[in-house]
Design a protein around this ligand. Structure first.
Ligand code: ARG
Length: 408
C-alpha cells in the first residue's frame, strides 16, 4: 500500500505500548504505514523478566522516532499491588489479578508520555477477545478522554507466520524466540498462561506451562518458616528485616517458588462473555494474601471482616473489568484503608510442598483473648451468660416451630 506521507513536522504522533515482542515490533511499521504517524515506543517495566537485547535501541532501528523505557516497579507495588493485597483481591476467589492490575498502571504511563509529547493516539498490542484491551482502552479514556486508541491487532488479520513474513518483507528486526504454544504475561505479582493444550479444560496442564514454580512433588521435604511483618495491612519485613516492597515480594517469590506454591488452574469468566481456561502462578501473591487475611482475622472485629468481604469481591470484579480509575475503586480503597489501621503485627508461615500454612500470628491490636478462649485454667468467660443468650437467640426459631405444630 502506498500512502502520501504528511511532512514530518505535521505528522500526528502515536505512543505505542511496546514490549519488544513480535506483535509490537511489527506494529511500529504497521502504524506508520496505515496511519501516517510518528511512533513513540514505550516499554514499561512492571517486573517482567528483562529481554536479552536492548529493546529500546531495537525500536529505534525499527523506525520509532523515539523510544523509552520506564521503570514502574515501585509504583506498581505501592499504588496497585498493596491496595489489592489490602483488599485481598482474588477474582472469582481464584486469580490474584496479576495481569489485571498492571494494565491500568501501563495505561497511566502511556497517557503521561502522550500528554508530554502532544501525541494524538495511544496504540497497544491487545487482541479483540481478551480483557486487556478493555483495561487499556478504558484506563486511557479515564485519564485523557481526548486521546484516540489504535489496537493494530484488532485490525490486522495476520497469523504468526504472516507476521514473521511481514517483518522479513519490511526489514523489521525481531528477536527470534522459541515459538511457545502459550500466550504468557508476567509481572512482579504473577504469571498468566493461556492457549495451546490449555484450551482443553479437561486436560491436565502439562509441566511446561509452569515457568516459575517447581512441582510440589519435587519441592524439599523440609518446611521453611518465614515471619512476615505487617504495618497497616502492608508487608514491611521478613524475619524481622525491614525491606522495600519490591524486594520483599521478590524474596517471598523465591521462597514460594522453591516450595512449589502458587499454581492455579482456573476456568474464568472474561468480561467479553467468554469462559477461558488459564493457569496462573502467583507464589508471592498467594503467600502474602494468606498471611494478610490471617492478620485481619485476629485484628478485625467479625462484622468488619464480613462486611469487608463484600467490598473485596466488588474490588476484584472492578479491577478485572478495567474500572481501576473510577470513583468506586477510590471509595472502596478509602474504606479498606480505614480497616487497615489495625492490621499491624506478624504472621508466621510454614512453606511446604505446595502449601503455605499460617502457623502463628501476633499483633498489638489482637482481639484474640486467651482468657476468653481457654478451656483450661484462667478462664474469664461468664458461663452463666450462655443460657440466657441462647434463649433469646433461638427464640424466633422456637416460636416458628411452635406455630408450625399448632397448624398440624
Ligand atoms: N485472564 C487473565 C486476565 O484477564 C490473564 C490474561 C493474560 N494475558 C495473556 N496474554 N496471557 O487478567
Amino acid at each position: 500500500m502506498s500512502i502520501e506521507m504528511a511532512p514530518k513536522d505535521k505528522r500526528d504522533k502515536v505512543v505505542l505500548a511496546y514490549s519488544g515482542g513480535l506483535d509490537t515490533s511489527i506494529a511500529i511499521h504497521w502504524l506508520k504505514d496505515n496511519y501516517d504517524v510518528d511512533v513513540i515506543a514505550v516499554a514499561i517495566n512492571v517486573g517482567q523478566p528483562p529481554s536479552s537485547d536492548d529493546i529500546v535501541a531495537r525500536a529505534l532501528r525499527n523506525g520509532a522516532i523515539k523510544a523509552e523505557y520506564i521503570d514502574a516497579v515501585d509504583e506498581f507495588v505501592e499504588d496497585y499491588i498493596w491496595p489489592s493485597l489490602k483488599a485481598n483481591a482474588m477474582y472469582q476467589g481464584e486469580y490474584p489479578l496479576g495481569t489485571a492490575i498492571a494494565r491500568p498502571l501501563i495505561a497511566k504511563k502511556l497517557v503521561d508520555v502522550a500528554n508530554r509529547e502532544g501525541a494524538k493516539y495511544i496504540a497497544h498490542g491487545c487482541t479483540a477477545k481478551g480483557n486487556d484491551q478493555v483495561r487499556f482502552d478504558v484506563g486511557i479514556v479515564s485519564l485523557n478522554p481526548e486521546l484516540g486508541i489504535i489496537a493494530p491487532m484488532r485490525e490486522w488479520v495476520m497469523t504468526r507466520e504472516e507476521e514473521i513474513d511481514y517483518a522479513k518483507k519490511h526489514g523489521i528486526e525481531i528477536l527470534v524466540k522459541k515459538d511457545s504454544p502459550y500466550s504468557i504475561d508476567e509481572n512482579l505479582w504473577g504469571r498468566s498462561c493461556e492457549c495451546g493444550v490449555l484450551e482443553n479444560a479437561w486436560a491436565e496442564p502439562p509441566e511446561d506451562v509452569w515457568g516459575w514454580t517447581v512441582c510440589p512433588c519435587e519441592a524439599p521435604a523440609e518446611a521453611e518458616y518465614v515471619e512476615i511483618g505487617f504495618e497497616k495491612g502492608v508487608p514491611v519485613s521478613l524475619n524481622g528485616k525491614r525491606m522495600k516492597g519490591a524486594d520483599l515480594i521478590k524474596k517471598v517469590h523465591e521462597m514460594a517458588c522453591r516450595h512449589g506454591i502458587g499454581r492455579i488452574d482456573h476456568v474464568e469468566d472474561r468480561l467479553v462473555g467468554i469462559k477461558s481456561r488459564e493457569t496462573y502462578e502467583a507464589p508471592a501473591a498467594i503467600v502474602l494474601t494468606k498471611a494478610h487475611r490471617s492478620m485481619e482475622f485476629v485484628t478485625l472485629p467479625k462484622d468488619v471482616t464480613e462486611f469487608k468481604k463484600i467490598l473485596e469481591q466488588r474490588f476484584s470484579q472492578l479491577a478485572y473489568d478495567g474500572l481501576w480509575f473510577g470513583i468506586l475503586r477510590e471509595s472502596i480503597d478509602a474504606f479498606v484503608d480505614k480497616t487497615q489501621e489495625r492490621v499491624t503485627g506478624t504472621v508466621r508461615m510454614k512453606l511446604l510442598r505446595g502449601n503455605a500454612m499460617v502457623v502463628g500470628r501476633k499483633s498489638p491490636h489482637s482481639l484474640y483473648d486467651e482468657g476468653l478462649a481457654t478451656y483450661a485454667e484462667g478462664d474469664v468467660f461468664d458461663h452463666k451468660a450462655a443460657e440466657g443468650f441462647i434463649y433469646c437467640w433461638g427464640l424466633p426459631n422456637k416460636t416458628a416451630a411452635k406455630t408450625a405444630r399448632k397448624k398440624r
